[in-house]
Design a protein around this ligand. Sequence first.
Ligand code: FEO
Length: 177
Amino acid sequence: MLKEPLESALNEQINAELRAEYLYLSMAAYFEDEGLPGFASWMRTQSEEEHAHAMRIYDYVLDRDGRVRLEGIDAPQSSWESPQAAFKAAYDHEVMVTGLIDDLVALAREENDNATENMLQWFVAEQVEEEATAQGIIDKLRHVGDDGPGLLMIDQELGNRGAGTGSDENEAANQPE
Ligand code: FEO
């Protein structure tokens, strides 16, 4: 049985993951509009990953006989100054999510809820990878700037996500049984 205040906090995290899904979908649309289909495809996959994160917590709350209560999601930003600015926003978002996960772990410990803490450890590892992936792309973009052949090369590389690039390894290795 999932007790308050963890039930509320996990519901808030479901909302945060769905907000991330919405943000990355908006970034995918921005990159499509910029004529960068590889970036767009990467963001679309990232958006789907965020949906899976939300559902992982959703299912956990149900497994613990808790109540899922969905909240509203504000409209995300729809355009950015440059690809680099979009990825900086994605990185900042991931840092914010890492903070939320850390707060949740602290709350689970306070409430002596070992099962919730154990479930959250998957997210702790995932956030390390999420931040590192976004930072790695920012670093590459800094080298090539926001224009030219270098940008198209990165676009091609990001379009290969799922074929061994991106941040899907943790996801694949930890599918719920
Ligand atoms: Fe679900 Fe990208 O954190």
